[in-house]
Design a protein around this ligand. Sequence first.
Ligand code: HEM
Length: 194
Amino acid sequence: MAAFFSSLNRTILAGIVIVLVMIGVAGTFNSFGQMGYWQFFMRWLHILSGVMWIGLLWYFNFVQTPSMPKIPDEQKPAIGKVIAPTALFWFRWGAMSTLITGALLAWMNGYLLQALSLQKPFTPIGVGAWLAIVMWFNVWFIIWPNQKKALGIVTVTPEEKAAAAKLAGMTSRINTMLSIPMLYCMAAQSHGGF
Ligand code: HEM
């Protein structure tokens, strides 16, 4: 048992097998031919990706950043050199996967352009999508390039390093703020939130 769960790959595979068993028990294999099922499936992939992204965003803001001043200087490299780069890998690819699955979902639902142009019945998801697109832009074009400087993945002067850390931290805070209305809008579209 312990040996099984010591492997992340086996653990993820086991989660997928549980879903397949659920589908089998519910007898939903026969809905595979229907578009509605694949819209639902894309929604599931979208939520999984979103949890990976926003989970890590909240980890940075709720856990890692506030803990840094309490960590002795000689132990700080464990965070900067080991944990943060790995967390940032899943963070930025989680953001990418959320954007792609979200756009595909809106397209499969038949309202991608209507939502992005904020047309009437699609305003909640349109506003949510735009907030999330701004957040995705921040991740890929502000947070990640500046974190690379802050963590020493690319070499810069100490002044540039400090400025990069400040900008990455501020942008991460802005994304945390935006995540709150963004998630309200995401869930509002189909569940009467507006
Ligand atoms: C990056 C751009 C994004 C786009 C284009 C997008 C698009 C969509 C679409 C089209 C839906 C279906 C709405 C409906 O008709 O019910 C949806 C739902 C949802 N999205 Fe996003 N989304 C994005 C980002 C995110 C992010 C960052 C999260 C974070 C967790 C997220 C979480 C959700 C959730 C929880 C739902 C609700 C599912 C439900 O109520 O059944 N989305 N999104």
